[in-house]
Design a protein. Sequence first.
Length: 163
Amino acid sequence: MTYRVCFVCTGNICRSPIAESVFRARVAEAGLDGLVEVDSAGTGGWHEGDGADPRAVTVLRENGYGTAHTARQFDPSWFARLDLVVALDSGHLRALRRLAPTERDAAKVRLLRSYDPAAADDRDVPDPYYGDDDGFDACLAMVEAASTGLLAAVRERVEGKAA
């Protein structure tokens, strides 16, 4: 059975595509690419159909990650097929939990940086959209740091499902 993870930020052109690309690479490196499906979406539809922000594409490409992406808006009906919905900041967390049709669905929503023990109380990935290129580098670093713990959690769930 496939374990499905969706990363969610505001417009689905910066943070969530970076997280999707990094985590997809981690899943492949771990040999789980046939067992884990990774995608992303935005809480809003402003950029629906657009590619990722060029600065996100640049930081991904410069660090060896895939860059294919088309923005889309998160649809509450997706909760039924998703196992984990990963919010990039606390505003997304609240918005997604409000959209969840059931308490069980709301429990599927987690903050990305909750998987990074070094994040402590600073669990939001700041939006780099209105800043300079350094914000995209910082976003990538935060995503990479959290991906180790997220992969461990997903691996545990996948191995538990297979048993």
